[in-house]
Design a protein around this ligand. Sequence first.
Ligand SMILES: Nc1nc2c(ncn2[C@@H]2O[C@H](COP(=O)(O)OP(=O)(O)OP(=O)(O)O)[C@@H](O)[C@H]2O)c(=O)[nH]1
Ligand SMILES: [Mg+2]
Ligand SMILES: [Zn+2]
Length: 296
Amino acid sequence: MPEGRVIRAYAGHYYVDSEGTTHDCAARGRLRREGKDVLVGDIVSLSVAGPGTGVIEDVLARKSRLSRPPVANVDQAVIVMACTDPEPDLELLDRMLVVVASAGLGAVICFNKIDLVSEYASRKLARPYRRAGYAVVRASARAGWGLGMLRKALAGKVSVFSGPSGAGKSALLNALEPGLRLRCGEISARTGRGRHTTRYSVLLEVGPQGYVADTPGFSRLDLDLAGLRRGDLDDFFPEFGELRGGCRFAGCLHHKEPGCEVKAAVASGEVSSSRYEHYVKFLEEIIEAERKGRRW
Ligand SMILES: Nc1nc2c(ncn2[C@@H]2O[C@H](COP(=O)(O)OP(=O)(O)OP(=O)(O)O)[C@@H](O)[C@H]2O)c(=O)[nH]1
Ligand SMILES: [Mg+2]
Ligand SMILES: [Zn+2]
């Protein structure tokens, strides 16, 4: 039985990409009775009924499931920050990196609008993240720079674009896939932001076997760190990784403890002080949330 990926769901129709064709499918009633809903992003098995039509027979196990937007099997978030206009919000970027990693997803950082700043400035922004081991793309949707790298990062994966309004998420998608401009317009017209009918999402095919959800993932609502434990936060700062072994105390939070190797690396400039400041801010937030949680 062929398998395919649900790229769009609308009013009981599921559009399934399988073997190079998009099939307009219904779902077997049995699936609903078994409590199996079909989400955009799902891998399904289908029986082909006629040319371009079929029936979804089963939903394969999901790797992940996002609720906003509702998409299954997302592999990674592409976090887009403008180098300027609007000014980059590095605290938001670092927070998103923690949230994305704790959701089990990969991250790609895209510093966009490099056409508006000096090369020195955009490299300076990217450096701490490159050094921490993140995949970083410096791009300009306007000038068409960095698109090859971005396309490569999207290939073969399901991605959501995240980042503040005005960073250039839509512009980048349109630059990546010129045919999208129309489809994007069409989709946003039909989704109509203000209406209450926005309960479906669409995957857009970008590059070879790459899919991007049309709705930005991770709104500010999803960026609460309260679910994390204080001792786990440093797992999500990859540049702390090997240093941690050198801290004097096992379970060092790299905050007020003496003999902390992470703090020493911040002092020597090896670890970015901006990244460390955000770590401390998040840590204090988590500790505060743990305190509140304990009060009853
Ligand atoms: N100079 C320059 N302008 C850009 C670039 N990318 C996007 N813009 C402009 O920045 C503005 C915002 O871009 P959008 O793509 O709409 O931003 P967005 O991230 O999709 O914003 P929301 O949909 O509100 O979340 C638009 O006026 C774009 O033309 C770029 O690389 N360089
Ligand atoms: Mg947009
Ligand atoms: Zn430490």
